[in-house]
Design a binder for this molecule. Structure first.
Ligand SMILES: Cc1ncc(COP(=O)(O)O)c(C=O)c1O
Length: 447
């Protein structure tokens, strides 16, 4: 097992290797400057251990795919290839299959969006939409505003394009408007340029909170006043546990919002089908960026999604997911209440996949992770979700994948680890701490 500080990435970090007097691999010397921001976290190796069956992983954001009707999906895919194989296995348009773009407009209508299929670009998951949006807008040194904390995959993308992330505080009602105004003023005063606000308004990853309806117009007004584009990332919006939805930011501000959607959480992530809905000029650049990256999104998986939307009770399937996740959320919240030591606090999501936990002062969730994995429980330390080294007292707990029983067991184990850390703190006045670091990718399956 690699312990923190001994991970594989140390070898590919030129400054670490140089400081250690080691000669650099010639490939490393050829890397473009932007790769300096592409670093794998030293906790990656721990997640390899955490994927063993005896470990309860509360780390990964993997949907509960056992809830899907696999037999009828298998029949559908076989029939699709038998009857439409020549189109479904052919190259397609960079913008995506027209029929799917129409269906995507129907999906978005559930959150109050009225859109034309011409303004939709199908992407390889919403992750590739994020990559393309950043590629289009960000020059090195540009500032991107993001919630504190924010989605690890987005932070990795922003860093890869050498954008600087400035975090904006959130509370139980999501992004705080006054904090947003203050951040915009501060960046402007420092002479830098904010390119966009990246926000996850619904069932936040990793925060578990939702932007309140009252704050939505205010956030949009502040961004419009400061001439800042909004990137609304909404993969979880239809996963409210009571079937509730919130009006999309894009619904009331079509000209200043790029909306990102995905079938990863409401259907299946392995298909890699997401989309961007963008104002006309942005959409044109997105199509060109998509062409240069992939020529076109995979035709076969678009066709699978399109057929699924046309032939299956997809809204019923979303209800099945909502119920499964609500049951898991309840199991997690009840177990946290029962087992966690005093001084821990956490969010109470009404949708999505995640709880954001804050541990008592003096504890460090990243330093604690190897001991947690030894106790057969895993989580993602909070520092993964910040671009500036914060989050050492936080962790993200996912309730989407394990059964309620495993979740209860995982929380029991986590409580034991926390009790042990607190005991050390009481005895020695300190627990092993570590240097803060910038954004790193823990591993793809923790996204
Ligand atoms: C907030 C957020 N945005 C984007 C993504 C990427 O999703 P996709 O599978 O559509 O690429 C994720 C995945 O976990 C996510 O949580």
């Amino acid at each position: 097992m690699n312990l923190p500080g001994q991970g594989p990435d140390q070898q590919s970090n030129p400054s670490v290797a140089a400081a250690a007097g080691r000669s650099l691999d010639p490939h490393v010397q050829r890397y473009a400057a932007r790769t300096a921001g592409m670093t794998a976290s030293e906790i990656r190796a721990l997640f390899a251990v955490a994927s063993r069956p005896e470990v309860v992983s509360l780390a990964g954001g993997m949907p509960y795919l056992a809830a899907l009707p696999m037999d009828s999906l298998a029949t559908d895919v076989a029939e699709l290839i038998a009857t439409e194989g020549q189109q479904a296995l052919q190259y397609g348009s960079a913008q995506g299959i027209p029929q799917l773009r129409e269906q995507i407009c129907e999906v978005m209508a559930l959150e109050g969006i009225s859109a034309h299929p011409d303004d939709v670009v199908v992407t390889v998951g919403s992750q590739s939409a994020l990559d393309m949006v950043t590629r289009i807008f960000c020059d090195p040194g540009d500032v991107v505003l993001a919630e504190a904390p924010s989605y690890v995959g987005a932070l990795g993308t922003f860093t890869a394009y050498q954008a600087e992330v400035v975090h904006v505080e959130i509370d139980d009602n999501g992004l705080i408007p006054s904090a947003l105004s203050a951040a915009l003023d501060a960046v402007r005063a420092s002479g830098r340029r904010v390119k966009f606000l990246y926000t996850i308004p619904n069932f936040h990853n990793p925060g578990g909170v939702t932007l309140s309806a009252e704050r939505r117009p205010e956030i949009l007004r502040i961004c419009a006043e400061h001439d800042v584009l909004v990137i609304e990332d909404n993969p979880y919006g239809l996963l409210g546990f009571d079937g509730q939805t919130y009006p999309a930011l894009r619904a009331s501000e079509p000209d200043n919002v790029v909306y990102l959607g995905s079938f990863s959480k409401t259907f299946a992530p392995g298909l890699r089908v997401g989309w961007a809905l963008a104002p006309h000029a942005v959409r044109e650049k997105l199509v060109l960026a998509a062409e240069s990256a992939t020529l076109c999104p995979p035709t076969i998986t678009q066709a699978v999604v399109s057929r699924y939307l046309a032939a299956h009770d997809w809204k019923g399937q979303i209800k099945v997911y909502q119920q499964a996740y609500r049951e898991r959320r309840d199991a997690m919240l009840t177990a946290l209440e029962q087992h966690l030591p005093a001084g821990c606090t956490w969010t109470r999501p009404d949708g999505g996949f995640y709880v954001w936990l804050t541990v008592p002062e003096g504890l460090d969730t990243k330093a604690m992770l190897p001991r947690a994995v030894t106790q057969r429980v895993a989580y993602v330390p909070g520092t993964a979700f910040y671009g500036d080294g914060f989050g050492s007292r936080q962790m993200r707990l996912s309730f989407c994948y394990p059964t309620p029983e495993r979740i209860r067991e995982g929380v029991r184990r986590l409580a034991t680890v926390l009790e042990g850390e607190l005991e050390l703190l009481r005895t020695f006045g300190t627990v092993t701490t570590r240097q803060l670091s910038g954004p790193q990718s823990p591993s793809p399956d923790t996204a």
